[in-house]
Design a protein around this ligand. Sequence first.
Ligand SMILES: [Zn+2]
Length: 324
Amino acid sequence: MGDKTISAGYAKLLELFTHEYFHAWWVKRVKPSVFIPYDLTHETYTNLLWVFEGFTSYYDALLTARSGATDTESYLKSLSETLNRHYLASAKNRQSLAESSFDAWIKYYKVRTNRSRSVTSYYDKGALVAMALDAFIRKESAGKHSLDDVLRYAWQQFKEVGKDYAGIDEEMMPELIFEATGIDVSEKIDRWVYGCEEPDYKRVLKTMGIDLTEEKLPIERDVLQATLSGTNVLKVSQLDEAGAAELAGLCVGDELLAIDSIRVTKSNLEKLLNRYRQAKTFSLHVFRNGLLKEFFLKPRKADVRKIKLSVNSGGRAFCRWLNR
Ligand SMILES: [Zn+2]
């Protein structure tokens, strides 16, 4: 199966299966101590979803690729999607991973149109921090250890279910990683999990044998800082926080009708935006809940990026990472 090309949708489905299967070990058995015993009659708060959902999200795509069920290309696509989603989520600078985990009850699953802007995903950033910790452990131990050792060690420590079974406490994570690998990651966890700092993903990926480059953005992301979807009717499906479209007053769900009074379609969108990108302001007409509205937009250059990943020459680190 290794080199057979499979559709992106099927690759995603396989990763989802891996994710849920992985939970049999990592959440069903090894779990946060506050989940023991699990009381379903009230909300149970934990800061550890970055470990339990984040690590699981890291390993879902990685293990699917290691098994040979998905190929290198599918894996890099999945990883770059996680990075791009994370780059778009402006809340990453405001809400730490630990807070995002703790607030899951009141925020993550209360879906609002601006979720991507108000919540840091403990799935996405959790997976990226897992990768960064993995890279750090591999580098510091000169390839002797990896995050895999941490999970194996945790399994050994926590697999027995009995009356003394206690689960993982929040403060235990750096200690557990140190016992499994001899590498001290406490400072990294403080910065990446309890603070809002981001790992240097370019460096992290280099350790794993992957080059990170930036691609040109689609024009509406570049000029409006919004995502439009649909073919006949262009609808605003996402807005960057404090991006040009949001500052102009647009909302998710608005149907874009005209740019500077010229009817806009998917086929002339690029031409129109290119024409007006240097303008001081231009008008936008939209339908919102069936009402025609006019807004004035000041175009500005996007500060978000679109990243592309490729295996760097040699690729030995990448092969080691994927157990190939
Ligand atoms: Zn999960």
